[in-house]
Design a protein around this ligand. Structure first.
Ligand code: SF4
Length: 68
């Protein structure tokens, strides 16, 4: 699956990496990043969705198929 963060709306609340640290990390300014460059293993799908749901800015998109 593919996970992206719209950095134009991410405000660095940190909810994504607090709730799903296996998928999301913070950069040096506290903004969210997707670990591994955005391609997330299927076994981490639920964590990716949990992180996306926790984002107050709805900045995170989860695309189930990695070829999309
Ligand atoms: S929870 Fe949303 S706004 Fe906060 S750091 Fe993560 S992507 Fe950015």
């Amino acid at each position: 699956m593919k996970v992206t963060i719209d950095h134009s709306v991410c405000t660095g609340h940190g909810m994504c990496y607090a709730n799903a640290p296996e998928v999301f990390v913070d950069d040096e300014q506290g903004y969210g990043q997707v670990a591994g460059g955005g391609v997330v293993a299927d076994r981490l799908a639920e964590s990716a969705r949990r992180g996306a749901r926790s984002c107050p800015e709805r900045a995170i998109s989860v695309v189930e198929r990695s070829d999309q």
